[in-house]
Design a protein around this ligand. Structure first.
Ligand code: RNT
Ligand code: ZN
Length: 423
């Protein structure tokens, strides 16, 4: 048998095993096409951006480690990398941009001056590929963020500057959604917080609320723009208090009909983001996910197929929540091949959704409702050894992307041909 025949044969056998449990694998693969993941552009260059050469992250509660060669340092290189990534992923993706990734033509355009024109190149790029775009204000890596406060700053000049930046970002995001015919999610995350125990927590939170109210004064059609707010537990340099905590933003989102962004690295390590989805969706219309892999803390490791991701995917699929979830990634590892990081991480998330789609949920729920919890447990364990990998391989084959380990060789080749020639 040749390679293709083996994949097809393995799929047929897997299909029969799942059918015995009442699961239709063809239908699962059909549904998997609806899982659209937004690729975070910042994995290509360690959140550098193109504002000025050698931009540094600065303090602001996020950190990239590693200096693996081959990082993209121009928009052309970044687009080349993203095209490579897209060619290795089955299904459809979106692209998630940060405000520092505009085409500023070598000029210093400060954050409060950015306009849709600086992102027209990206809009055209996305249109050519039939992709949607998402967007983020960049409220870090800037002298006006150096004292640790942006939208919640007590310095009125600084606060106004960041309000203006975020307003500009919403206008850009709305333009992206308008031109592409699919809403753009604009997600606000700020690093504001305090290293040591503060006295006035409330003062900063009142200011953040005031800034957000000012930012959201302008209304845009929901077909163009969806506004989202992202909470965090703590950051490096902001260990004692984060202004935009989960309580703060969940309250704000519920009251103001915004999306809440749940980043898997932004909670206490024993909390599960998968558990939060059904609660949030009772009170907000939609959720944005920033899927990452925290290791001991918000370390933004490349996502792998772990229980956390699995629970997230299962909760979404079991409850038919896909249309209310915006699935984004948010990891950045500069210590390994960056294209490899993307593809491995994105495929892991896609696989988690596939496993969720291959679950005989009705049967498990039936056990649960009849108090048959041994049977529920036993079947959930059994499902772990069912041949989902054969179904996944078949999906890759049908999508004309490398199957199994073949994508690794492609990335190694790209490293030789392209990445190793970069400065
Ligand atoms: C930081 C947040 C935020 C950033 C990106 C780059 O802790 O997770 O989403 O990672 O905006
Ligand atoms: Zn995030």
């Amino acid at each position: 048998m040749n390679k293709v025949e083996i994949i097809e044969k393995a799929y047929q056998l897997a299909k029969e095993q799942y059918a015995a449990l009442g699961v239709d694998t063809d239908a699962a693969l059909e549904k998997l096409n609806e899982v659209i993941i937004s690729l975070h552009c910042w994995q290509t260059d360690d959140v550098g951006g193109f504002e000025k050469p050698d931009a540094e992250l600065g303090c602001g509660g996020i950190q990239v480690t590693g200096n693996y060669p081959g990082k993209a340092s121009t928009i052309q290189e970044m687009r080349q990398d993203l095209d490579k990534v897209l060619s290795l992923l089955p299904g459809k993706q979106r692209l998630n941009l940060h405000a520092i990734y505009g085409e500023f033509g070598g000029k210093l355009i400060d954050r409060d001056q950015i306009e849709p024109e600086h992102f027209q190149g990206w809009i055209d790029w996305a249109k050519e590929r039939g992709m949607g775009l998402d967007f983020n204000p960049t409220c870090f890596s800037h002298p006006k963020a150096d004292d640790g406060f942006t939208l919640s700053s007590k310095n009125e000049e600084i606060r106004k500057f960041w309000v203006e930046h975020v307003k500009k970002c919403r206008a850009i995001a709305a333009e992206m959604g308008k031109q592409l015919g699919v809403p753009c999610v604009d997600n606000i995350w700020i690093p504001d917080g305090s290293k040591d125990v503060p006295v006035d927590r409330n003062g900063h939170r009142e200011l953040l609320k005031k800034s957000l109210d000012e930012i959201f004064e302008t209304e845009y059609p929901r077909e163009y723009l969806k506004d989202s707010v992202e909470s965090k537990l703590f950051g490096i340099g902001a260990e004692s208090m984060t202004v935009g905590s989960h309580d703060f933003y969940l309250g704000y989102a519920v009251k103001n009909n915004k999306l809440i962004c749940l980043d898997t690295g932004h909670f206490h390590p024993t909390e599960q983001v998968g558990d939060k989805i059904s609660s949030c969706l009772l009170f907000v219309d939609e959720v944005l996910l920033h899927i990452s892999r925290p290791v001991r803390w918000d370390s933004d490791h490349v996502t792998t197929l772990n229980e956390e991701i699995q629970l997230i995917a299962s909760e979404i699929i079991r409850n038919d929540f896909l249309s209310r979830l915006n699935i984004g990634l948010d990891f950045f590892d500069g210590s390994i091949n960056r294209i490899g990081a993307y593809v491995t991480g994105t495929r892991a998330v896609q696989q988690a959704f596939l496993i969720a789609l291959l679950e005989p949920t009705g049967m498990l729920k039936g056990f649960e409702e009849r108090g048959k919890n041994f049977e529920r447990l036993a079947f959930m364990e059994l499902l772990k050894s069912k041949p989902f990998g054969a179904v996944w391989d078949y999906y890759c084959l049908k999508n004309n992307v490398p199957v199994g380990e073949d994508y690794i060789a492609e990335i190694q080749q790209y490293e030789v041909d392209v990445l190793s020639h970069r400065q």
